[in-house]
Design a protein around this ligand. Structure first.
Ligand code: MIG
Length: 800
């Protein structure tokens, strides 16, 4: 069964490779044998805690065999460390501590109590922990941990209504409760459907919502772990880490606050180049410069905007990473320049495996420098990937990261704009068992030394770190663009992510929404799926519906596996082509809004795509909504994910919502039946929103009249690349009978373009505008005003 699955995953590779994969799996089993021997140790309790010793910001406790340290990283940030077990290098973090917190400690009849101005922690002598808010409400409760050899396990009480989100990339329902998840990055093997686990990018972080608030927890331990979120015992989450210290960090509060704290600790995504938010076209593979040109010409001929094209592995010379096949791409710099002249950036794929080939300079150089991972006997470990046998850089070694980073130089000099990191779970081909390195493979781990059990989950993260640091140095005036399949906590500091080899089915499209939402709630905001699914042949309808949903997701790329029918937008004929064109144009119009959300993500860690409960965490009806999402604070998107559907129910959060297509208003909270002809998906805009959109004449600001309460919005602008000046506008809108009062505060050093402010009014018909003392006539829903700080629009609110 396992063998069959393994061979199925190898269906792209051919017979010769499959036979070698048998050898690779056999060798892996042999290397892992010493490690597999023996019966697992039984779980044991930890015995009572005794001495307690406070220190500034926390307290230490010791028991017979364990130590516990509780340290406040901020008044509302608590780090718990159970030892023994080593702490791995702090790869996830950008800070050790967030803010100093005044902490008081004291004894209680059952143990001890620590309190900051925001949180109380009760420590039982048994090792049980309770966390309370200022009002004394318990927001998390833990049983004492248990030990089995080097492994830890602990149990967290779940309240009956509690919902859990996150854990990184999971093809599971949005509310993760009731299932078991493995934390071990893994290529599911060329295609996956709903419920596959694990996938490429697991993250040991969950977000809890319950009636006494909620919190975020991050388990800072990269060893293989299992998160049982109420599957075995519906009243408890059970976390098992196989080695290392049991360390976790807790941030109480609603999702927006908790995520802000967590990303302050683990890093926020830097502002991407603006083109990255545009449309990317890809295929495994565009096999020659001529084919690339033909595709780009197709976009032009069909009047389709295009921002980037991706070159997959067949652009390399025999799959040798960092090389270019000169027969297929005789003049890559020329091609890249030519495309850039047409506004199309080139992104190239890179895999971590370096072909074992003594005539290949990168292999020779890596070997000489000792850059590759080794087996315990000192031999360089060889794994099988596209090029055949490969050696693998040890990205946990800072010198190897620097060496790897150097390899980007020639491609950067050729003008390649971005890099796409595949296979970095890391993945190797094996006929059975885990498609990765043997667990005995050695890693530097910043000099600490360790094996693949500890390095596996951070391998992809560190490949991206190597690339990001190199690109910042090689091209200091440009923002790096990296796309990565794998990673760990902190990945967003370096790279975007796509959801890998998802199957081409309606169920997979549906599940994609939950996958992208879950990643955003885990701190990875820039994600998206291969439009139409990677591994199959979508019908025109599935392609169109997938395209419509993807147009509102951060990473917007069309990609498909080798051997699948062509997937360029014109491949499906009409009406698909016209529909796709209209959504490409809509994406371009939305770029100022998306770019403003990117700025917000860089400031706060807030994802661009958010679950509906983000707006109103107290509304339990929103907790399970996984068929719709918010794009920033203003837009609600309800993709169509069923064949033949021409309408669908949409749950609206509280507030008034404008139908984006018709301006018709709907009150929330509640569920409405929304029309969804093939050329549209239901989209709504929240009353009070300020939506910046691009038009041919320049920026247009769409103001959705607030109904009760004020409205607001932000507009962030800069050159779209580099690190020059920016301009930030904060709009505030106050409704009054017969008027809208609009204030606009501008900061930043990027000057205004001097043109008028082009204002579209939704839900309001204006007759006159008072702008900085002058009175201007306005007719209806469009107003062209001189740049202003304050404007009063007179007119009428549309009747419902
Ligand atoms: O073993 O580079 O997820 O996007 O096209 C498959 C070929 C390797 C997997 C990636 C996919 C890419 C493909 N890669």
């Amino acid at each position: 069964m396992d063998l069959r699955k393994g061979l199925l995953a190898l269906r792209f590779v051919g017979l010769r490779m499959a036979l070698r994969a048998v050898r690779a799996a056999w060798a892996r089993d042999r290397w892992e044998r010493p490690w597999r021997r023996g019966t697992p140790a039984p779980w044991r309790g930890i015995g009572p805690l005794r001495a307690a010793c406070p220190f500034p910001g926390g307290m230490r406790f010791s028991g017979e065999e364990v130590e516990l340290e509780i340290r406040f990283l901020a008044p509302d940030g608590i780090q718990i460390t159970w030892a023994p077990g080593r702490c791995s290098p702090p790869y996830a973090r950008v800070q050790e501590v967030l803010e100093e917190a005044p902490v008081t400690v004291g004894e209680t009849p059952d143990g001890w109590r620590l309190a900051s101005p925001a949180v109380q922690v009760e420590v039982d002598r048994s090792g049980g922990l309770r966390f309370r808010d200022r009002e004394g409400r318990i927001w998390r409760e833990e049983a004492p941990p248990e030990r089995a050899g080097p492994a830890w396990r602990h149990r967290v009480r779940l309240r009956p209504e509690e919902a859990l989100y996150g854990l990184g990339e999971r093809a599971a329902p949005l509310n993760r409760r009731g299932r078991i998840y493995r934390m071990w990055n893994r290529d599911p093997g060329g295609s996956y459907g709903p419920d596959a686990d694990p996938l490429y990018l697991g993250l040991p972080v969950w977000l809890s919502l319950h009636e006494a608030g909620g919190y975020l927890v991050f388990y800072e331990n990269p060893f293989e772990s299992v998160f049982d979120l109420g599957a075995t015992d519906p009243t408890a989450a059970q976390v098992t880490v196989t080695d290392g210290a049991l360390r976790y960090v807790l941030f109480p509060g609603p999702p927006d606050h908790a995520l802000r704290r967590y990303t302050a600790l683990t890093g926020r995504p830097p502002l991407p180049p603006r083109w990255a938010l545009g449309f990317h076209q890809s295929r495994w593979s565009y096999e020659s410069a001529e084919e690339v040109r033909a595709v780009v010409r197709g976009f032009q001929a069909h009047d389709l905007p295009l921002h980037a094209i991706h070159l997959d592995i067949d652009s390399m010379d025999g799959y040798r990473v960092f090389t270019v096949d000169r027969r297929r791409f005789p003049d890559l710099p020329g091609l890249v320049r030519e495309l850039e002249g047409q506004g199309v950036r080139t992104v190239m794929i890179l895999d971590p495996g370096v072909k074992v080939d003594p005539s290949y300079p990168i292999y020779r150089d890596g070997l000489r420098r000792g850059a590759f991972c080794r087996l315990p006997n000192g031999a360089v470990y060889r794994g099988l990937v596209w090029p055949g046998w490969c050696a693998f850089p040890d990205f946990t070694d800072p010198e190897v990261r620097a060496w790897w980073g150097e390899q980007y130089r020639p491609l950067v000099e050729m003008g390649v704009a971005g890099f796409w990191h595949d296979m970095n779970e890391p993945t190797v081909f094996v006929a059975w068992g885990e498609p990765t390195f043997p667990r005995t493979v050695r890693h530097a781990l910043e000099g600490q030394g360790g094996d693949h059990r500890e390095a596996h989950n951070v391998y992809g993260l560190l490949m991206n770190r190597a690339a990001w640091e190199a690109l910042r140095a090689l091209r200091p005036d440009r923002r790096p663009f990296l796309l990565s399949r794998s990673g760990w906590v902190g990945l967003a500091r370096y790279a975007w992510h796509w959801t890998g080899d998802v199957e081409s089915t309606w169920a997979a499209l549906r599940r994609t929404i939950a996958i992208v939402l879950g990643l955003g709630l885990s701190g990875i905001p820039y994600t998206g799926s291969d439009i139409g699914g990677f591994s199959g042949a979508p019908s025109a309808e599935l392609f169109v519906r997938w395209f419509q949903a993807a147009a509102f997701m951060p990473f917007f790329r069309n990609h498909a596996a080798k051997g699948t029918p062509r997937r360029e937008p014109w491949a499906f004929g009409e009406p698909a082509l016209s529909i796709v064109r209209s959504f490409l144009r809509l994406r371009v119009r939305l770029l100022p809004y998306l770019y403003t959300l990117a700025w917000e993500a860089a400031q706060t860690g807030h994802p661009l795509v958010r679950p509906l409960f983000w707006l109103d965490p107290a509304d339990r009806a929103l907790w399970e909504v996984e068929d719709a999402f918010l794009l920033g604070p203003a837009v609600l998107v309800a993709p169509v994910t069923a064949p033949g559907a021409r309408s669908r129910p949409v749950r609206l959060p509280r507030g008034i919502w404008y139908d984006f297509w018709t301006d018709r208003r709907f009150p929330g909270p509640g569920t409405i039946a929304a029309e969804a002809p093939l050329e549209r998906l239901p989209v709504f805009v929240r009353a009070g929103s300020v939506l910046p959109m691009a038009a041919e004449e320049g920026l247009e600001v769409h103001l959705y009249a607030p109904v009760d309460g004020d409205g607001e919005g932000w507009i962030y602008t800069d050159a779209g690349e580099g690190f020059g000046p920016f301009r930030l506008e904060r709009w505030a809108v106050t409704p009054a009978p017969g008027r809208l009062h609009v204030r606009r505060a501008v900061t930043g050093r990027l000057p205004e373009d001097g043109g008028p402010v082009r204002l579209w009014l939704h839900g309001f018909q204006a007759t006159r505008a008072h702008v900085d003392g002058a009175v201007l006539a306005v007719h209806g829903s469009f107003a062209m005003l001189p740049s202003f700080q304050e404007a009063i629009l007179e007119g009428n609110f549309n009747p419902d």
